[in-house]
Ligand binder design. Structure first.
Ligand code: 5CA
Ligand code: ZN
Length: 412
């Protein structure tokens, strides 16, 4: 698929400390250590109700990872998928008497527009499950041949499942106990109660064609892929056996990223698949996680249509810490608008107080597990000084504007 258009990325003199991020698998904030090319895979949307503010917050967090790495001189090879065939998409299409292909295309188009308006740097590869069908089935076929997968004992639908005992490390990513794994598997698309599996938690890799369901020819027989292996195949084929960051919201910790890692490791023999597993907190509305199934959604496109400046949406979402579960409140937008206006006024001055220290602070806070609340406070402090006490450095406003643009993605 076509990603969205590229976003300008100004160069800012100097450099900051290496990026440290919280890693779910180890429970620690650890330095990232990418080579000249950093590799990042971030799970994309299932395109049936895009883009709500929860999605946006998650993609903004990984956009900051991208920006901090780029600022440090790395090339970033960023891959994102679109789950354009899966149970929830089909269910929604049936409910609304919509064509699942049209629904997916429409919501993906909207998502792209939203990402561009929020100035999210586009991925180098933006790949739909449907267009990756043959590489996904090829990976399932290899897992089957390697003994890491099996066909369920069901004469009518001999679906293929991943054997969670295939790698010794299974469970290391989420570190959940079995009861939690089973509960989350039932809640998030798994089928722990299906008879004939080697272990109830084992995840679907290939679903044989059912009447009235879309299906594709493959070496496994006609069918369609399970969810986790979609991301594994797309990531492995574009990023290789080990990546720097696997990203998504915290609802992907299990089963999605646990199985994604296990599939990759069973196939390549390399452990760990990702050096960091990073999970953004959930955005809630009225005390409940914003989710398509609950329908308590605020859409980026709705706010934009109502005339809200996308930079204010971006700033409002960045005002909370990326890992904390937090509520969306209209007041966040009010304060973001005020902040944006103040920053804009300050960078339009002919001169200001020297901005070098502020830029250094911005870099230090972002490198410290994306501490945006403190990063924003550093810009606030410079802004206050610039507008109240003024300053004499004619290069300061432009330096600050460029740093805010490159590091926070906010165009002033
Ligand atoms: N297509 C799969 C990933 S392969 C999927 O989870 N799609 S999604 O559309 O449901 O979610 C897209 C991304 O937004 C995921 O990373 C998910 O964790 C994140 N997300 C969903 N709801 C929220 C929320 N309320 N707050 C923060 N992030 C969210
Ligand atoms: Zn995914």
């Amino acid at each position: 698929m076509q990603p969205w258009s590229t976003v300008p990325f100004p160069t800012v003199p100097g450099s900051g400390p290496p990026l440290r991020l919280y890693d779910t698998a180890t429970g620690e904030i650890r330095p990232t250590a990418p080579g000249p090319t950093a590799r990042m895979y971030v799970c994309g949307i299932t395109p049936y109700d895009a883009t709500h503010l929860g999605h946006a917050a998650t993609y903004l967090a990984f956009d900051l990872v991208n920006r901090v790495w780029r600022d440090a001189g790395h090339d970033v090879r960023y891959v994102q998928n679109v789950t354009d065939i899966d149970e929830p998409l089909l269910e929604r299409a049936i409910r609304d008497q919509d064509d699942w292909v049209v629904l997916g295309m429409r919501e993906t188009a909207l998502f792209r527009e939203d990402m561009e308006s929020l100035r999210v740097l586009p991925p180098a590869h933006y790949i739909g499950a449907v267009e990756a069908m043959s590489e996904i089935s090829a990976l399932v076929d290899k897992l089957l041949a390697a003994g890491a997968a099996y066909r369920i004992d069901d004469p009518e639908y001999p679906d293929v499942y991943y054997d969670s005992a295939a790698t010794a490390e299974f469970g290391y990513e989420s570190r959940y106990d079995e009861a939690t794994m089973l509960a989350l598997s039932a809640e998030r698309g798994g089928d722990p109660d299906r008879p004939g599996k080697r272990h109830p938690v084992d995840a679907l890799l290939w679903r044989m064609a059912r009447p009235d369901e879309p299906s594709w020819d493959s070496e496994l027989g006609r069918g369609r892929p399970g969810w986790h292996v979609e991301c594994t195949a797309i990531a492995l084929n574009r990023l290789g056996a080990q990546i720097d960051v696997q990203g998504g919201g915290s609802d992907l910790i299990f089963p999605h990223h646990e199985f994604g890692a296990a599939h990759a490791e069973a196939h390549t023999g390399e452990h760990p698949f990702a050096r960091h597993y990073c999970h953004a907190g959930m955005i809630a509305l009225d005390g409940e996680k914003m989710s398509k199934s609950k329908g308590n959604l605020v859409f980026v496109s709705r706010l934009r249509a109502d005339g809200v400046d996308p930079m204010a949406i971006r700033l409002a979402l960045l005002s909370g810490h990326w890992r904390s579960d937090r509520s969306w409140l209209p007041e966040l937008l009010t304060s973001a608008n005020a902040r944006l206006a103040a920053w804009r006024e300050a960078v339009r001055l002919d001169a200001g107080p020297p901005a070098g220290d502020t830029v250094a602070r911005l870099r230090t806070h972002l490198a410290d597990d994306l501490d945006t609340p403190r990063a924003l406070a550093a810009v606030d402090a410079w802004t206050r000084e610039a507008t109240t006490r003024r300053g004499t450095d004619p290069t300061a406003p432009a330096l600050l504007r460029n740093a805010v643009d490159a590091l926070l993605g906010i165009a002033l």
